[in-house]
Structure formats: C-alpha cells, structure tokens
Design a protein around this ligand. Structure first.
Ligand code: PEP
Ligand code: MN
Length: 357
C-alpha cells in the first residue's frame, strides 16, 4: 500500500488560498539594495511571498555561493517593510536553525538536497516540533520515489504544511529546457497525494526568460497550484541564473496574461485529451532532438572517413520502410514520406554544418 501524507492547508497569512500561489524573487540575495529594490517592486505588483537564496548550491566551486547568514537581516527587512512572507532554501540543519531564528516564513529544500536521503533526514530532524511550511523541490534526477520519500520524511517529523516544487530534471541530452519538465512525474505525484499543493518553477525548468510564460501557462493548464519564479531588479547583472530571471514588471505582465482554468473532473473532456496531445508532442520533440544528436555524431564519423553526407540508398530505404510501417499504423504513406523528408532535410543541414566546421 502506498504511504499517505498527513497534510494541513498551507494557511499562509495574507495569501489567499487560490490559484496560482506565487512565490517570486531573485535566485540569490546579493546585496541589501538588490533585495530591497526587487522586493518593493514585487510587493507593489501584488506579490505576497518573496524568495531569495541565502545559501546557494552551485554545481561547480568558484561560483557565487550565496551571502549566507549575512543576508538574513535583509530578508527580515523585506518582511517588515513590504509585509511579504519570506522563503529561502535550506540544505543543512544549521541553515534551518539560522533561517528559523531569522523568522523566515517558508523553507524549501533544493533539488540537489532532495536527492540525498541523509540530508533530507537531517533537515527533517532539525524541523521536529516546528510548524513551518516546507516545500520540497523535485530531486535533480527523475525519481518520483526520492521526491515522495523526502515528503514522507518531513511529514514523519511532524511537518504537515507541505508542498512540492516541480523544477524539472537533469538530462544528458541537448534540449530546449535547462531541466526537462517530464510533466508526467508531477502528475503522478498529484495522483498519489491529491491534497499536496504543487508549484511549478518555470525559471529553473526553462533556464531562459522567454520560456517562463509558456511553461507557467502549461502548469496552469495542467491544474497545478502555483508558481515559483525568479525575478530580479537587474536580471542581466544577476550573480547567478541571470538568463532566467525577469524584471518584476515582466513577471507582472506574464502573470496578468495567464489563463487560469478550473479543474473539471471528466476524464473524457477535451482538455484532458489536449493534455495528452501536449504530452505526446513533448515526447516527439524529445525523440527528434535525440535523433538529430545521433545524426551529428554520424556527421563526425563521415567527416573523419571522408564520406559524403547523403547516401541515397540509405535514404530511400528509410523512406520506403517508414512509409510501409505508416500504412500498417493507419497513416497515409505520402504523409509519412513528407514527415521523413522534412526530418532528413534538417538532419542533412546539421551534418553539412559539422562537415564544414
Ligand atoms: C533555486 O531555487 O535557486 C535553486 C537553486 O533551485 P534548484 O534547487 O531547483 O536547482
Ligand atoms: Mn536559481
């Protein structure tokens, strides 16, 4: 039997419990001025929960690792001057203790921490007896059991105001997203724990400003409860994650245009079917990306062995084989040929690029 979560409503003071719950703020607390400037603008636009990384887990050493405890009084100032609730990432029991002492309202566990049951347990132990809302980001790898396990560990320590943050998953392939959404994993988490609020983090998922709006809309379309978005008063000069942060006014523009749909309990409804189509299109794009990557590897081989890019017998073989397969699958063979001609032409274009490098 699946283990259950004992959940209470998040009940965040001053935050209406309606979709989307929005947590916004810079990737990292850099300076007091940057924090206050960003926070004031966000608060003026109606944002109620302010995020900033005080301790930053960087993939490689040498990057900006956060200001640490020095930034906690800045968060306190955000709270007292704007009335927003504050949220930050904790990765160790020491972080938990310092954040709670500074009156941080909401804690989250980052993707590089939720991957490690020892760390998660140490944080859970530090939280025993404390009633604070905790959000668990998905682990960097696409493992729903680890994600579930982290939630269960917090819950077993008495944390019942729990939420999840879906920020996407690392993958080795070159792709559109910085972290592949793999929406089906967040959907499965929702299936396991229907009362668990799930926020989508389009900033870390997309890794690019222009992907925030479409990912946020997709999250709303799928019925998730909210968003965590990185926003900075001067995004281009951010000390971390500069490419994915937006000005508070840009965030306001994006949120204003979001279409918020009500979830309807009908599996046959058109929106359910469209979700399946979107999911399948994501798979298609994934597969195409991988196919192009293999093509480029072939181009390197051909270049090394002084072979021509196009080998016509191989090309005709592919067209005929797939057209015949298409017929078996109920598709028009001309349609299948057209699709393969288009794929082949893009593959040739990429190979030629490599041959001439
Ligand atoms: C962050 O929220 O700034 C962060 C480090 O995110 P993640 O843990 O999702 O990588
Ligand atoms: Mn970040």
């Amino acid at each position: 039997m699946e283990q259950e979560l004992n959940l209470r409503a998040l009940s965040l003071p001053g935050v209406e419990p309606k979709r989307p719950i929005v947590i916004a703020g810079p990737c990292a607390a850099e300076t007091e001025d940057q924090i206050m400037d960003t926070a004031r603008q966000l608060a003026n636009n109606g944002i109620k929960i302010f995020r900033a990384g005080v301790w930053k887990p960087r993939t490689k050493p040498g990057g900006f690792e956060g200001k640490g405890a020095e930034a906690l009084p800045w968060m306190q100032r955000v709270k007292s001057e704007t009335g927003m609730l504050t949220a930050t990432e904790v990765a160790t029991p020491e972080h938990v203790e310092a954040a709670l002492k500074a009156g941080i309202d909401i804690l989250w566990i980052g993707a590089r921490t939720s991957v490690n049951p020892f760390s998660v347990q140490a944080i859970a132990d530090a939280l025993r007896g404390v009633d604070v809302p905790v959000f668990i980001k998905n682990p960097v790898n696409p493992d729903i059991e680890l994600w579930t396990g982290a939630l269960l560990r917090m819950n077993a320590a008495g944390i019942t105001r729990l939420g999840a943050i879906h920020r996407g998953f690392s993958s080795v392939d070159q792709k559109l997203y910085r972290n592949s959404p793999m929406w089906h994993l967040a959907i499965e988490l929702k299936r396991r724990f229907p009362a668990l609020p799930i926020l989508t983090d389009p900033s870390h998922m997309g890794g690019r400003r222009d992907l925030i709006a479409p990912i946020a809309q997709q999250a709303m379309d799928l019925g998730f409860e909210g968003l965590m978005v990185e926003s900075h008063c001067n995004p281009d000069c951010a000390w971390s994650d500069a490419n994915q942060q937006v000005l508070p006014e840009v965030l306001d523009f994006i949120l204003d245009r979001l279409v918020i749909r009500e979830s309807v309990e009908a599996t046959e409804s058109i929106s359910q079917l469209r979700k399946q189509i979107d999911e399948l299109d994501n798979h298609l794009m994934d597969v195409l990306t991988k196919r192009m990557r293999v093509s480029r590897e072939i181009a390197e081989y051909k270049k090394l062995h002084n072979m021509t890019v196009v080998q016509t017998t191989r090309y005709s073989e592919i067209l005929d084989k797939r057209a015949a397969q298409g017929v078996l699958c109920g598709m028009n063979p001309d349609f299948v040929k057209t699709v393969y001609e288009a794929i082949h032409s893009e593959s040739v274009r990429q190979q030629i690029e490599i041959m001439n490098k």
